[in-house]
Design a protein around this ligand. Sequence first.
Ligand code: ATP
Length: 298
Amino acid sequence: MRTLRIPRRSPADPGAPALTIHAPAKLNLTLDVLGKRPDGFHELESLMVTVGWYDTLTFAPAERFELSVTGAAGVPCDERNLVARAATALAHAAGREPAAAVTLHKRIPHEAGLGGGSSDAAAALLGLNELWDCGLSREELRDLGATIGSDVPFFLCGSPAGVVRGRGERVEPVDPGPPRWAALAKPPIGLSTAAVFAAWGGRESARATEQALQVYGTAGGALCAATANDLDGPATELEPALAAEQAAFAAAGLVRSCLSGSGTSRFALCRSAAAARSAAAALRRLRPGPVAAVPLAV
Ligand code: ATP
């Protein structure tokens, strides 16, 4: 398993060290919005990859469910947290009590289009499946994950890259491809996913995913040129301050940059790790908010 790493095995007894999982963020290298479905969700096609920016979760035996969240203000630690929802769903599926002590250390910015909450939920399904010895298969966890959040199945697909279709529940794993790096920035502005999709308003898709897939396995700049997100324009119309983000990327030498998901994070693929680090340093000088140079498909 490459999307989520488990450095230590599950404890069989309460004195054993907690099971630790590092849950990566994701980027949408492409995001095609193909239409609105009768159920209110949007039909999507997206080439997604994990990136080396992680939340860390630990799981230990306990008499009841306890979740503590550190590292981020504004992330709930009650049943609204996707980790708690994953625990409840798994316990229900396995016919047991959701008893565990879970810690979640947030590093991935939230309301960012980086899938942090979904990745945490996927990590919780994997970690608690092991801690509780539920024995659910990866496919069963994926089906359960789809009921928790649209991006959860991607994080359980067993590959750090995949094409995601439907509202996120259909995932086709893709070979990780050559090593790649991106500069990634989250402005101190949030946008509601629902508002961004409403602003999209049915416009025609650029259908970038197919083209990106054709060049995904190749080294060089072709993939950078193929990155595109149908929600980029609508998000900027909704929040004109996002135009300054795009301008900051251009000023940092990153001519082709792209929104991830429904925003508000923006990224650009870079030629090398060194190029990503130097672009990230420039972005830090040019604009406020977290910035990282991240490896792709970790
Ligand atoms: P996506 O890329 O899936 O749209 P996102 O970047 O918009 O994700 P998340 O990090 O998934 O955002 O969190 C969005 C909201 O969900 C947060 O404002 C928070 O209130 C809630 N939330 C629930 N569980 C979590 C979690 N484990 N981590 C972060 N936010 C969570």
